[in-house]
Ligand binder design. Sequence first.
Ligand code: GLN
Length: 478
Amino acid sequence: MDILHASIKELRTALDARDITAVMIAEAFLSRIKEVDTDIHAFLELYDDVLEQARHADTLIAAGNIHPLTGIPVALKDNLLIVGKHASSASKILEGYVAPYDAHVITRLKDEGAVFLGRTNMDEFAMGGSTENSAYGPTKNPHDMSRVPGGSSGGSAAAVAARMAPLALGSDTGGSIRQPASFCGIVGLKPTYGAVSRRGVMAMGSSLDQIGPFGRTVADTKALFACINGYDAEDSTSVSEETRRMMCGDVRTTGAMRIGVPESFVYGEGVDEDVKENFRATLRTLETAGHSIVPIELPTFPYALAVYYIIMPAEVSTNLARFDGVRYGLYVSGNDLLEDYMKTRGTGFGKEVRRRIMLGTYVLSAGYYDAYYNKANEVREALRAELVQAFSEVNVIATPTSPTPAFRIGEKASDPLQMYLADIFTVPVNIAGVPAISVPSGTVMRDGQALPLGMQFIAPHFAEETLFSIASEVERLA
Ligand code: GLN
C-alpha cells in the first residue's frame, strides 16, 4: 500500500486488518520528512521517540484496544504543550522550554494511541500570515519553494501538503489554519469557539484562539476533529455538550444548501481577479449540483479587521506579560528589575510580537480604552448579531479563504499593513466565534506554477457538520 498517499480511513482499515503496522506508517513518514524537509523546513523538531510511540500503538492494536486514530501520525504546531517535550511558539524567548503538562487535545490523542511526529514551524506566538515571523527561519510552500506556505500554522500545513504527515494540528486566532490550508492546497478547520479546549495551547488572543485540524481531505480533517472536539472542565471557555445542543439548533448536514454570499465584500477592492473568478466558478458548480446561491449583505464584515487589530493586540499584550524572564524561558540580566524585563523581552521577542504588545498596551491605556477597546467590543457584538440574523436565511456563508494565492517569501514581510489585509475574509469568523473551513477550490497559474486556492465556508455555532458536508461537495465536484 502507498502509505504516504493513503487516506486516514485506508490507513485504519489496513492497520486493523494487520496488513501494515503503526511502525511501518511512522517509518514511511519519517523517511519522507528526511527526504524533503531540508528544503521545506516544516518541522522545528522531530521527536526522538516516534518509533517507540508507534510500537506502543501496535501493542494497543494487537490487544484489540483500537480507536479511530490509533497508530496514525499527527504533526503538532509548536504552540501546543506535550509533557516532557520542547515547545517554543517559534520564539527565542522560549528556546529550550520543556512543557510541564499535556494540552487537552494531546491527552485526547494519546488516549486514542495517535503517534506524534514532531513540532512544526509557525509565526512567532502565532502572529503572522506567512511563517516568516518564526525565530527559526521561514517554511516554504511545497507547491513553489519561492513562496510562503501561509501562516501562522505554515509548518503544519506544509507538512500535510508535502505528505510528511497525514494530519496536523494548528491554531487559528484570525485565520492561521484556514489561510495556510488554502495556500498549501489542503483542508483546514477553525472550530466554533469553545468546541475544542484551549488548555495547553499558548495563548495569543484568548477570546479568539481555537485549536483545529488539517488534513488532505475533508474526511481526514473530520477524523482529527472528532478526536479533539468536546467539553473540558479545565477550560472555562469550553462549552458543555448540553449548551452546544441548545446553541446549534437545527443543523443542516445533507441535501441542498442555501449558500449566502456577501457579494459587495467578496467582489470588492483588493481581491485578486483570479481569486474572484475561481470563487464564481466554484459557486456555479455548486448551483448546478442543486444548491442555491443567495446574495446577502453583511455590512459590519468590512470592519472586522479593524476590530481584530484592537481586540487581538489587547489580549496579546496581556497574555505575553507573563514572559518576564523569571517564570519561563530566556532571562537576560540587567542592572535592576526593570532593566531585566526590558533586556529579556527586547532580546527574546521578535519585531512583530513587540509591535503587537505595544499596540495592545496603547489601546488598553487610560483614555483610549473606551475609544478603542470598548468600541471594538460593541462592533463585535453587532457583527455577531448580523451573522445570527444571516443564518436565519442561509445554511452557510461562502467567501474565498484569502484574497490572493500564496505570495513570495519577502514580498510582504516589511509591510505589516499589507500582511494584515490578507486576513479580511478569515478574521470576521473569529470575531463572531463561529466555525469555518477552507477547502481547495482549484489552482491559478503564477510564473509557470499552479498555486492552490481555497474556498471558505462559515456555519452557525457548533454546526461543523454542515461545513464538512458542503466542503465534501466542493471536493467531490472539483
Ligand atoms: N494572520 C493573522 C495575524 O497575524 C492571524 C493569526 C492567527 O490566526 N494566529 O494575526
